[in-house]
Design a protein around this ligand. Structure first.
Ligand code: SF4
Ligand code: SF4
Length: 282
């Protein structure tokens, strides 16, 4: 995108998990990444960014995912933002990052300011600050994007406020942007990536249970058996088939694979399932 940008042409990668719920997103899904080139001049190159200057990690659990590999190609003079409850020096040490680390719990900001861990505008605020985009450009961009998908004016205003809150809270140091590759060549070139990175294929048959998708959760369902009537609606509704019936006849979930979509809590007719915030503690 072209923008009121102070830093020289940073390349940006944003990585998160696909939202697994249609109406009110709560839990995570498969890893997804988006890429943006930012410049005050026309941008002629497009495609995947292999050597980012800035990486925004919206879901910390992806840093432990070798297939997602969100920090690949990030150079030592770049910046990574990590959405975490831990401070930057702890995160830098934990994930062995050579680049500058900026860290903050934007999930909490989403819950506090928007009532839900919807992180797009918050991550936009963080990314804008790190990339050197001006505050008024961010406010206008969030208003334009939010107005395209929301009709509630109050919610649009809250999104702008939340994005600006994140923008003002982040204090990154200087970044040194990489020189644009192939700047003399306007041809679109998508770099080759090995299949393990670029394809969504599961390369080994029958390995789904081995992938501990429980670490994708933002919220954890917790059952109150004093209220539960054992109607088994939650068992039938769980999209991942995670809920079994225990020896006492009550529903009991497999937390190794429960992704925290909270459909079970929404469908429970007597509200016997509580939504409890989870954060990654090391
Ligand atoms: S147990 Fe509940 S929160 Fe977990 S995956 Fe199933 S429906 Fe979603
Ligand atoms: S839907 Fe609610 S009441 Fe029914 S079994 Fe599940 S937790 Fe119990």
């Amino acid at each position: 995108m072209q923008a009121g940008c102070l830093a020289p042409q940073p390349f940006l990668r944003v990585i998160t998990r696909r939202i697994s719920r249609f109406t009110e997103p709560r839990g995570g899904g498969a890893p997804i990444a988006a890429f943006t080139r930012i410049s005050g001049k026309p941008i002629l190159e497009r495609g995947v960014i292999s050597i980012p200057d800035i990486v925004i990690v919206m879901d910390e659990s992806l840093l432990n995912d070798p297939l997602a590999n969100p920090l690949s190609g990030l150079h030592a003079e770049g910046v990574v933002f990590i959405n975490t409850i831990h401070n930057p020096s702890e995160a830098k040490k934990k994930y062995t990052v050579a680049a500058q680390v900026v860290a903050w719990d934007i999930t909490k900001i989403g819950i506090d300011m928007l009532g839900s861990p919807v992180l797009s505008t918050l991550a936009g605020g963080v990314a804008s600050r790190i990339a050197g985009i001006k505050e008024d450009s961010l406010g206008k961009a969030v208003e334009k994007e939010a107005s395209g998908i929301l009709t509630d004016k109050a919610l649009i205003a809250k999104n702008i406020e939340a994005a600006l809150c994140c923008f003002r809270a982040i204090q990154p140091g200087e970044i040194k942007a990489t020189e644009p590759v192939r700047k003399e060549n306007p041809v679109i070139v998508v770099p080759f990536e090995p299949a393990a990175i670029s394809s969504p294929s599961i390369n080994t048959t029958g390995n789904t249970p081995l992938r501990k998708t429980g670490n994708w959760r933002v919220f954890k369902p917790v059952w109150n058996y004093k209220v539960c009537t054992r109607c088994m609606t939650c068992v039938a509704r769980c999209p991942d088939g995670c809920i079994a019936v225990n020896e006492d006849g009550f529903p009991s979930t497999d937390y190794d694979n429960c992704k925290g979509c909270m459909i079970c809590a929404e469908e429970c007719p007597v509200k016997a399932i509580e939504k409890v915030r989870e954060a990654h503690t090391w």
